[in-house]
Design a protein around this ligand. Structure first.
Ligand code: HEC
Length: 155
């Protein structure tokens, strides 16, 4: 009987721990920011890694537009792939816990949209389609920037 009580307490304690982890994973390390957005609190290295990723996304967007305007579809594919899922491995794993789930969703969706542009450019070789797909993808840039900023926490 005593053992049984002990294991129930264990179940309760473990459930609370799991729930806390799930909660942390969902909300991430965020604080309200005085500019009306959410501040995602990161270490210096994590923030630098994400800002580098951002600059790559900007470069890819410009690269896609330039290549599409010249109807150079191999270059569209190369620029788009540089920001696709294949490049996700460069993102530090610790960020999975710190980024709010909404942000992760938008981030993955953006990478997926770059992969879709690459696949579509390869298959259809249609610059108008590429421009309009990039324009849709860039709504993700606008949406995320409107909601979040990255703030470095003192270590
Ligand atoms: C999932 C969220 C998210 C998405 C999607 C996103 N960004 Fe960002 N980006 C951010 C955040 C947060 C910052 C930091 C803003 C701040 O701290 O004020 C940022 C910063 C940047 C910067 C500044 C980099 C630097 O070195 O300071 C550039 C450039 C940028 N983003 C480009 C883009 C482009 C282009 C896209 C779309 C193709 C994009 N971002 C999509 C969240 C996002």
């Amino acid at each position: 009987m005593k053992n049984c009580k002990l294991s129930w307490s264990l179940v309760v304690v473990l459930s609370i721990i799991v729930a806390l982890f799930a909660y942390k994973f969902t909300v991430g390390e965020v604080q309200p920011s005085d500019d009306g957005r959410q501040a995602v609190m990161l270490s210096k290295d994590e923030r630098n890694a994400l800002l580098l990723e951002m600059r790559t996304w900007l470069e890819s967007s410009q690269g896609i537009l330039e290549a599409a305007s010249q109807k150079d579809f191999a270059a569209v594919v190369a620029s788009a792939k540089a920001s696709g899922m294949g490049a996700e491995a460069q993102t530090p794993g610790s960020l999975f816990r710190k980024l709010p789930v909404e942000m992760k969703k938008l981030g993955f969706d953006t990478r997926k949209k770059f992969d879709d542009i690459a696949a579509d450019a390869e298959a259809n070789k249609d610059s108008d389609r590429i421009v309009s797909q990039l324009s849709v993808a860039m709504n993700n840039c606008i949406a995320c920037h409107a909601m979040y900023r990255f703030v470095e926490t003192p270590q």
